[in-house]
Design a protein around this ligand. Structure first.
Ligand code: FAD
Ligand code: 2HG
Ligand code: ZN
Length: 465
C-alpha cells in the first residue's frame, strides 16, 4: 500500500492527503453513524489527474470510494474500516465550464455544488432546477450518482431528468467523454443513465451537462393546516388542477414534525393541526398573477373544508421562515433523539393510507416512538422517519429501530411502493435490495456492475454486498 500512496503522492502532491487530521472529515458520514478508514484521500483537480489516479489504484488492485460533498444519507461515500481503501474526492474539481442561455444548459465539473450551479445559472438569467436542504455542500457528481430528487422534482424531475451528457472516469482509468448537450441523441444505449443513480459503483462522474429552465420572477409560498391524511391528497389534487405548471413545491409535514421544529425555536404561522402542507408557486412571467391565484385557491379550500387554516407569506422573510419549518427537519430530527430514516415512495393515491397505517402500527407497537413523516408528497415520496428517545440506550434503540423499519417497509411494499425513493442504497439498504428486489433485476444489475467494473474495485459493499 505504501508504494501506491507514494505514486499517488508523486502525481498529486499535497492533493494526496495522508495526514489523519486532514483526512478525518472524509472518513465518516453526515449522520455520524459510520466511521471508516482510508490509506489516503485524493483530491485531483482535473479529469486527467483523476483518470491517472484511478489507473494507479487499478494497477495496484486497490479499492476506490468516490466522494462528493459527503452529504449522502445511506453511507455510500464512507470507506470501510480496513484502511485499505482510497477515498477519491471530486471536491477540487469545481469549474463551471459553460452556461449557455440559448441551449439552456450548463456544463460543470463534478465538484461544483448545487448552490454554485444555481448561482451561475441565475447570473445568466436561467434556473438550475435541483434544490434541497444540503445544496450548499452536495455536489453535481453526488447528486447525479444518487439521482437526487428534492423539493422541486415535482416540477422539473430528479437529477437524471435534467441530465444531458457526462464525462466519466471508468474503473480502469479510461475517460468516457459523453459530454454532449444535445436535447435529442438516440445513438445506441443511453450510457449516461447507467451512471446516474450508480452511487460510485461504476465510475467517477468527472463532469456533466445539465438542463436549465427559465428563471422564475414571481414566487409565492403558503403554509396550510390540514385535519386528515385524505385532505392532504385532496388539497394536492385540487392545487394541481388549479395551478398546474406553476407548482414548484408541494411538501407535507406531520403535526409531530412541526412540534419538533417549534422546540428548536421555529414558529408556525398557522393553527396547530395533525398535518400541514407547504406550497410554492413560481412563474417566469411577471404577469402570471400568482398571488391572486393562490389567495383565491386558499380561500376556496378554507370554504370547502379541505384545510382549516392557511398563511400566505407576505414577504421574502416570511417565505424563508415557512421554508425553515420544512428544510430544517433533517437537523431537527437528528437532535431530537435516535432518528431512523425511511426514504420511501408509494403511488401518490396511496400516500394517505401509508401515513395512517404506518403511524398506527408503529405507535401501537412502540409507545415511546415519535413518528415524524414529511416530504415530497407530490411525488409520493415521504420521509417516514421515526425518533426514539436518546435515553433508550443504543442497543435497545437499534433493536426497536430494526423492527419498526421492517413494519414500515412491509406497509410500503404492500402499497406498491419502494424502500428507496431518492437517497439510494449505499451501505444502509444493501440487505433490503438483495431481499426485496426481483432476482432478474438483481442479476441484470450485477452483470452491468461486472461489465464496467470487472475487479469490483469501485465502491465495494455499496448497492451490492
Ligand atoms: P456524497 O454524499 O459524497 O456521495 C453520495 C454517493 O454518490 C456515494 O455513493 C458516492 O460514492 C457517490 N458519488 C459522489 N460523487 C460522485 C462522483 N463524482 N462520481 C460517482 N459517484 C459519486 N437527497 C435528495 O435526493 N433529496 C433531498 O431533498 C435531500 N435533502 C437532504 C438534506 C440534508 C440536510 C442532507 C444532509 C442530505 C440530503 N439529501 C437529499 C441527501 C444528499 O444530500 C444527496 O444524496 C446528494 O445528492 C449527495 O451529494 P454529495 O455530493 O454530498 O454526495
Ligand atoms: C429532505 O427531503 C431530504 O429534506 C432528507 O431528503 C430527508 O432527513 C431526511 O430523512
Ligand atoms: Zn427528500
Amino acid at each position: 500500500m505504501n508504494d501506491v500512496v507514494a505514486k499517488l503522492r508523486e502525481l498529486l502532491g499535497s492533493d494526496c492527503i495522508t495526514d489523519p487530521a486532514l483526512a478525518d472529515g472524509y472518513l465518516s458520514d453526515w449522520r455520524g453513524l459510520l466511521r471508516g478508514n482510508a490509506a489516503c484521500v485524493l483530491r485531483p483537480r482535473t479529469t486527467s489527474l483523476l483518470s491517472r489516479s484511478v489507473r494507479i489504484c487499478q494497477e495496484a488492485g486497490v479499492n476506490v470510494v468516490p466522494q462528493g460533498g459527503n452529504t449522502g444519507l445511506v453511507g455510500g461515500s464512507t470507506p470501510d474500516e480496513t484502511g485499505l481503501q482510497i477515498v477519491v474526492s471530486t471536491g477540487a474539481m469545481k469549474k463551471i465550464r459553460t452556461v449557455d442561455p440559448v441551449d439552456m444548459s450548463v456544463v460543470a465539473e463534478a465538484g461544483a455544488t448545487i448552490a454554485e450551479l444555481q448561482s451561475a445559472a441565475a447570473e445568466a438569467d436561467a434556473l438550475f432546477p435541483l434544490s434541497f436542504a444540503s445544496e450548499g455542500t452536495a455536489t453535481l457528481g453526488g447528486a447525479l450518482a444518487t439521482n437526487a430528487g428534492g423539493i422541486s422534482a415535482v416540477r422539473y424531475g430528479s437529477a437524471r431528468d435534467l441530465l444531458l451528457g457526462m464525462e466519466v472516469v471508468l474503473p480502469d482509468g479510461r475517460i468516457w467523454n459523453g459530454l454532449r448537450t444535445l436535447r435529442k441523441d438516440n445513438t445506441g444505449y443511453a450510457l449516461k443513465h447507467l451512471f446516474a443513480g450508480s452511487e460510485g459503483t461504476l465510475g467517477i462522474i468527472a463532469a456533466a451537462a445539465m438542463k436549465l429552465a427559465p428563471l422564475p420572477v414571481g414566487r409565492e409560498v403558503a403554509f396550510c393546516a390540514v385535519e386528515t391524511e385524505d385532505q392532504v391528497l385532496d388539497f394536492w389534487m385540487k392545487l394541481r388542477a388549479a395551478a398546474d405548471g406553476n407548482v414548484r413545491a408541494i411538501e407535507y409535514l406531520s403535526g409531530s414534525c412541526v412540534e419538533l421544529a417549534k422546540r428548536e425555536g421555529l414558529r408556525s404561522p398557522v393553527e396547530k393541526a395533525d398535518h400541514y402542507v407547504l406550497v410554492e408557486l413560481t412563474s417566469s412571467r411577471p404577469e402570471a398573477g400568482l398571488k391572486d391565484m393562490l389567495e383565491a385557491f386558499l380561500a376556496d379550500r378554507l370554504e370547502d373544508g379541505t384545510i382549516v387554516d392557511a398563511a400566505l407569506a407576505q414577504s421574502g422573510e416570511q417565505q424563508k421562515q415557512i421554508w425553515r419549518l420544512r428544510e430544517d427537519q433533517t437537523e431537527v430530527q437528528k437532535k431530537a433523539g435516535r432518528d431512523f430514516k425511511h426514504d420511501v415512495a408509494v403511488p401518490v393515491a396511496n400516500v394517505p393510507e401509508l401515513l395512517r397505517r404506518s403511524r398506527a402500527d408503529v405507535e401501537a407497537g412502540f409507545p415511546d416512538v415519535t413518528v415524524v413523516p414529511f416530504g415530497h408528497v407530490g411525488d409520493g415520496n415521504i420521509h417516514l422517519n421515526v425518533v426514539l428517545p436518546a435515553a433508550l440506550g443504543a442497543e435497545r434503540a437499534a433493536e426497536h429501530g430494526r423492527q419498526i423499519s421492517q413494519a414500515i417497509y412491509d406497509i410500503v411494499l404492500s402499497l406498491g411502493g419502494t424502500f428507496s425513493a431518492e437517497h439510494g442504497i449505499g451501505r444502509a439498504k444493501v440487505g433490503l435490495l438483495e431481499s426485496k428486489r426481483d432476482p432478474v433485476e438483481l442479476d441484470l444489475m450485477r452483470r452491468i456492475k461486472s461489465a464496467l467494473d470487472e475487479d469490483g474495485s469501485f465502491n465495494p459493499g455499496k448497492i451490492f454486498r
